[in-house]
Design a protein around this ligand. Structure first.
Ligand code: SF4
Length: 257
């Protein structure tokens, strides 16, 4: 039972003079209600951190703050982790792209997002000169998931995060961001169709919002990206005792101007 000495009339508390005001999130544009006695917080829509002063005077996010918004977005969307890399950290290896053709990957030629329908390593090298940084992210899953019926859902999430980062980057001023993700969009999104519509009919992609090109076809050295990010690649034992679980990773890369 409450101590009667601690009971008091709620009306006897000093009245707060704080007032709410509505601002637009500098990262995503969503409305944020901020009370005058709050110094900052997180946007309920995109989770970007904001300072009240910054919203009040409309000062734009710095490039570093924008990149942090994208990292937060990736993590909130389901990425196990995400890092900012320099474009110089991206290693393009022609030999990796060649492996799509020989020995032939089962996805070779199935969609416009895989060789021989992508411009390949040479074109990507030229493009990288126009970008400054990249968001590299991964999803960690138990290895057996990638050999189960859930595999497609994992890769769908991967492409959704990659395309979502690309969209969010454009929203906050990084126009022209370009996303890549692992896996074949034919298997992930168009598995119920006999053919990729872009290739077979010269038509429009059925899933332009989410399907993104495969990293392999451009020779992107994923192992080098993992090393630079300080992450351990899939297949590593998490736990060397009897309860060991093998973890597998799938990953995506978004180039930022
Ligand atoms: S139509 Fe389907 S297979 Fe072709 S590029 Fe789009 S998602 Fe990929």
């Amino acid at each position: 039972m409450s101590d009667p000495l601690n009971l008091k009339c709620p009306g006897s508390d000093p009245q707060s003079t704080a007032m709410p005001a509505l601002f637009s999130c500098l990262a995503c544009g969503a409305d944020i209600e901020v009370w005058s006695d709050e110094s900052g917080g997180r946007c309920p829509s995109c989770d970007a951190y904001f300072k009240r002063m910054q919203l009040s005077d409309g000062s734009p996010l710095t490039p570093d703050e924008k990149l942090q918004v994208l990292i937060q977005y990736a993590r909130k969307s389901g990425a196990g982790d995400a890092v900012i890399l320099s474009i110089a950290d991206i290693v393009i290896d022609d030999g990796l792209a060649d492996r799509c053709r020989e020995p032939r990957c089962e996805n070779y030629g199935l969609s416009k997002s895989c060789p021989p329908h992508v411009p390949g390593p040479a074109a990507l090298r030229n493009q990288l000169a126009h970008f400054h940084q990249a968001i590299f992210f991964k999803i960690d899953v138990p290895s057996e998931v990638l050999y189960s019926t859930e595999r497609r859902e994992v890769f769908q999430l991967l492409h959704e995060i990659a395309s979502g980062i690309e969209d969010r980057a454009a929203d906050i001023g990084f126009a022209g961001a370009r996303a890549y993700a692992g896996g074949s969009c034919k298997k992930i999104f168009c598995h119920e169709h006999s053919q990729c519509r872009v290739i077979s009919e010269n038509g429009k992609c059925r899933h332009p919002r989410h399907a993104r090109p495969s990293m392999s076809g451009f020779g992107i050295n994923v192992a080098a990206l993992f090393k630079t990010a300080g992450w351990t690649m899939s297949g590593t034992m998490q736990n060397p005792d009897a309860t060991t679980t093998r973890t597998a990773n799938v990953c995506g890369l978004v180039l930022i101007h």
